[in-house]
Design a protein around this ligand. Structure first.
Ligand code: PLP
Length: 419
């Protein structure tokens, strides 16, 4: 559920009519609803009511906006970061360093050092080599790095191949059958406090079964590691719950997820950690766009909108579906192809879809764009970087400026030896 609803025939973000924001900020523009974000955060925590000791770290990569991170910090969330830049954002948003988990398959020595000096709560190691390097850096600084070992459980998440991360052939984590040995060797290194295991098998999971299979395997591994004499006090279960993008999508609820987790982990005796992204941020945002014009096509007309694949990459990247609805629907419908202005055929949001009838100048939104939306935006075709707005009741504010092409151009140089 979200807080983008029609009132008197006009789509509102909470109590703010979307045309008012578009008139002031222009389009395309992302709009986030504070009430929706807060609600999703609270529903997720409530779903974990049966888990006595837990820490929830929001997957920053799904929506790294500073205002979003600040809001989630106030709800008691930490941050799951996958780069030094994300760590800086989480700290800038006021997240406690102890609440930050530093994940990522390619953390550099400089990033590891920065994380240590900042007092990051947990490093999720993706290889033995990374652990050895972190141990050396920590020992040289006279610090101890709290660590979990990310394990690849070789479970098929049943999601899109580009967002599957838990199959043996994926780059993430260490092989399941090597994990206990690696854990034991890393536990012996000065500078490291090995305290747990981490797993994350993929994103936009429509079923709890692969998650349950992965967690069950992790529980077995945890016992093996304890039997060999090493400590396991924390288990990080990652993120991955899907959200409905289209009518009829059935997704696991946070309550069902929490019940499954409580059942599988009931006798583990560890603190559980979670890294939800999409399930918190997905439904809390829309991408507002204006129809530039409608041109004829072979089987359906092309609705050319001013948002493009550089603003919302998911359809081009993962063939993802985003509902498209008019901001002031007339009740009439049309069948159309929805495309952006970029010079690529992949700049297509929908083909042959039945949508609200729209014409040149009309505003519309792509729904469920709060996760993996603005965060993936770029300036391809020398387009502006899309701005972001947050709404709270009848208040709203720009939370990320539109970065105009002129600003980007000003950062480029022509060396004088070219002339
Ligand atoms: C992307 C990612 C997440 C979040 O995934 P969602 O599907 O958005 O919940 C969590 N943990 C790690 C390590 C990730 O890479």
């Amino acid at each position: 559920m979200d807080h983008f609803t029609l009132r008197d025939g006009v789509l509102h973000a909470e109590d703010v009519p979307i045309p008012a924001i578009a008139a002031a900020v222009g389009s395309p523009v992302y709009i986030y609803s504070r009430a929706t974000l807060t609600r999703h955060a609270q529903v997720f925590l409530a779903g974990l009511g049966g888990v006595p000791r837990k820490h929830v770290a929001f997957a920053v990569k799904s929506n790294p906006n500073l205002a979003v991170l600040r809001l989630l910090a106030k709800e008691g969330f930490g941050a799951d970061c996958v780069s030094g830049g994300e760590v800086e954002r989480a700290l800038a948003a006021g997240m406690a360093p102890e609440g930050i988990v530093f994940s990522g398959v390619g953390k550099t020595a400089a990033e590891l050092k920065r994380g240590l000096e900042a007092g990051i709560g947990q490093f999720n190691l993706e290889s033995e080599e990374e652990g050895v390097e972190l141990a050396q850096i920590a020992a040289a600084l006279g610090l101890t790095a709290r660590c979990a070992l990310r394990v690849n459980p070789d479970v098929d998440a049943g999601t899109h191949g580009k967002i599957s991360t838990g199959k043996a052939e994926n780059k993430f984590g260490v092989a399941y059958d090597k994990a206990a040995g690696i854990y034991g060797r890393l536990s012996a290194l000065p500078g490291l406090e090995m305290r747990g295991l981490a797993v994350h098998i993929g994103s936009q999971l429509a079923s709890l079964e692969p998650l349950e299979a992965a967690f069950t395997r992790m529980g077995v591994l945890m016992q093996d590691i304890r039997v060999q004499g090493d400590n396991v006090t924390h288990m990080d279960l990652g993120g991955g719950i899907g959200v409905p993008y289209k009518a009829g999508d059935r997704m696991p609820s946070p309550a069902d997820y929490g019940a499954m987790v409580a059942r599988v982990t009931g006798n583990w005796g560890t603190t559980l950690m979670f890294e939800p992204g999409r399930v918190i941020s997905g439904n809390s945002g829309v991408l507002v766009t204006r129809v530039i014009r409608v041109k004829p096509g072979v089987s359906a007309p092309f609705v050319v909108v001013d948002a493009a694949m550089n603003d919302l990459a998911r359809p081009a990247l993962y063939d993802a579906w985003h509902d498209f609805i008019a901001v002031e629907p007339t009740g009439a419908q049309m069948v159309a192809n929805i495309v952006g202005p970029i010079c690529e055929s992949s700049d297509t949001f929908a083909m042959g879809r039945t949508i609200d009838a729209v014409g040149a100048g009309d505003l519309a939104v792509f729904r469920t764009a709060g996760a993996y939306g603005a965060t993936m935006a770029n300036t391809y075709n020398s387009r502006a970087l899309v701005p972001e707005v947050m709404v709270d009741g009848d208040k709203w504010a720009i939370v990320a400026d539109r970065i105009e092409p002129a600003t980007i151009l000003a950062a480029e140089r022509v060396p004088d030896w070219l002339d």
